[in-house]
Design a protein around this ligand. Structure first.
Ligand code: HDE
Length: 486
């Protein structure tokens, strides 16, 4: 009778007799196919990896809570924001954008800042970055943009020609390029950077009145950045530096926190604002719409298991709760499709039932079956609607708010095309030293570009943002300002 009360088992729970030796015909003989433990062990091992995220593959996460510090219920009926002192559990995943799962943390790249709030009304996902803007403003360009950030189809090497060719042909990227090539392009740690929803979202209150909002998570640790030199050294010596820093800080009880603010724009202002407030390559002036405090996010618990809680976490801008809706921002609209589609492909149709993604509120619907349905699948309860058997029904007060529409349906760009003022403002906001580091970083990044045509096109954009900006980049590249932009 086995005395081992810590028995190793197969995935079907049968005790394993020998985990050191395959079953063979004699000590030298061929392996027997009936060694089902061996077969299962090898076969499961082949299936341990799920597809990595096509962007934001390298990341790390932490659990925590969000506490309301300012009652903004006059603007939104979102229950988790309804009362000062109200606490909501949350999970965050930080990430880089372009690198693969095993790439270095300390690269020059935006950082993903994806927050899942497990609210009493279902999950709310705020899937942002550490930058308030983005490179493009129409979802249709995203696959092409990401192709330029990834590897050349022949050499499998990163390709600065593609990066700068795309950016020089997409002037809307200039603002985010300036932000990315500036000091904040490499955060010192994940704790010393801000987070942003980037897009414009819609808040709706109990009376159905709507306002437009932009989210700002201000780090309470203070913004600290990393120089190119330190970043390159760490990328070699400790490619998981940011991951390790966050884990150790929380493990040591040094819980990082952010204060969440919103900018609030009255609904009607969107029609008259000096540029399109839904264009995610632009920021709203804080003079026009000052920051209003909402609450605090504190990270106080590390994941128990990376794969279960970080790799399987699925965030989507379409994971919304009553009181929070999307704006017509073309990037945000595209993301609503893309994320849930990515999750169904990468994790499976029932990804929202996984522990890390499962809401803390009750899930009641008529969705059944699908791969890996491990949650009882609704049992014998009624499985269609409408029905006469007391199944769950809609609650009309939770419909998305109605809003007026204008215009002709067509493939068309935003009609505001000033891509230079805000990029120039950002350059002029920088200190002398920051500008010098910015110019050095851009010159270093553009030097490998083979085509002078691409370089000159991009220099033209820098010059239009600010003549000094363009002139310094041109000098660094040994080129002159194109006549047509002077
Ligand atoms: Fe993403 N993005 N994205 N993105 N994104 C993904 O979803 C996409 C954009 C962001 O930690 C993917 O699960 C499109 C802006 C974060 O799991 C994918 C467009 C912002 C994360 C996807 C954008 C983001 C992602 C990859 C253009 C900041 C990681 C796998 C319309 C506001 C979330 C996945 C995590 C991940 C699509 C642009 C942030 C492919 C189509 C803008 C933080 O679905």
């Amino acid at each position: 009778m086995s005395t081992n009360n810590n028995r190793l088992t197969t995935s079907w729970g049968a005790p394993v007799g020998d985990n050191q030796n395959s079953m063979t015909a004699g000590s030298r003989g061929p392996t027997l196919i009936q060694d089902v433990h061996l077969l299962e062990k090898l076969a499961h091992f082949n299936r341990e990896r799920v597809p990595e995220r096509v962007v934001h593959a390298k990341g790390t996460g932490a659990h925590g809570y969000f506490e309301v510090t300012n009652d903004l219920s006059k603007y939104t009926k979102a229950k988790f924001l309804s009362k000062v002192g109200k606490k909501t559990p949350m999970f965050i995943r930080f990430s880089t954008v372009a690198g693969e799962l095993g790439s270095a943390d300390t690269v020059r790249d935006p950082r993903g800042f994806a927050v899942k709030f497990y609210t009493e009304d279902g999950n709310y996902d705020l899937v942002g970055n550490n930058t308030p803007i983005f490179f493009i403003r129409d979802a249709i360009k995203f696959p092409d943009f990401i192709h330029t950030q990834k590897r050349h189809p022949q050499t499998h090497l990163k390709n600065p020609n593609a990066v700068w060719d795309f950016w020089s042909l997409s002037p809307e990227s200039l603002h985010q390029v300036t932000y990315l090539m500036g000091d904040r392009g490499i955060p010192a740690t994940l704790r010393h950077m801000n987070g942003y929803g980037s897009h414009t979202f819609k808040w709706v209150n109990e009376d159905g009145d709507a306002v437009w909002v932009k989210y700002h998570f201000k780090t309470e640790q203070g913004v600290k950045n990393m120089t190119n030199e330190v970043a390159s050294k760490l990328a070699g010596e400790n490619p998981d530096y940011h991951t390790e820093d966050l884990f150790n800080a929380i493990e040591n009880g040094d819980f990082p926190a952010w204060t969440l603010y919103v900018q609030i724009m009255p609904f009607e202002d969107a029609n008259t604002y000096r540029f399109d407030p839904f264009d995610v390559t632009k920021v709203w002036s804080h003079k026009d719409y000052p920051l209003i405090e909402v609450g605090r996010m504190v990270l106080d618990r590390n994941p128990e298991n990376y794969f279960a809680e970080v790799e399987q976490a699925t965030f989507s801008p379409g994971t919304l709760v009553p009181g929070i809706e999307v704006s017509p921002d073309k990037m945000l609209q595209g993301r609503i499709f893309a994320y849930a589609d990515a999750h169904r492909y990468r994790v499976g149709a029932n990804h929202n039932a996984l522990p890390i993604n499962r809401p803390h509120s009750e899930v009641k619907n008529y969705q059944r079956d699908g791969q890996m349905r491990f949650d009882g699948n609704g049992g014998k309860s009624v499985y269609y609607e409408p029905n006469s058997f007391g199944g769950p029904t809609e609650s009309a007060e939770n419909k998305q708010s109605a809003f007026p529409l204008t215009g002709v349906a067509e493939s068309v760009a935003y009609d505001h095309n000033d891509h230079y003022t805000q990029a120039g403002d950002l350059y002029r906001l920088m200190s002398v030293d920051e500008r010098t580091r910015l110019v050095e970083t851009i010159v270093g990044a553009m030097k490998p570009v083979e085509s002078d045509e691409i370089k000159l096109r991009q220099i033209g954009h820098f010059y239009k943002a600010d003549p000094e900006y363009g002139t310094r980049i041109a000098a660094g590249l040994g080129l002159s300002i194109p006549q047509e932009v002077k």
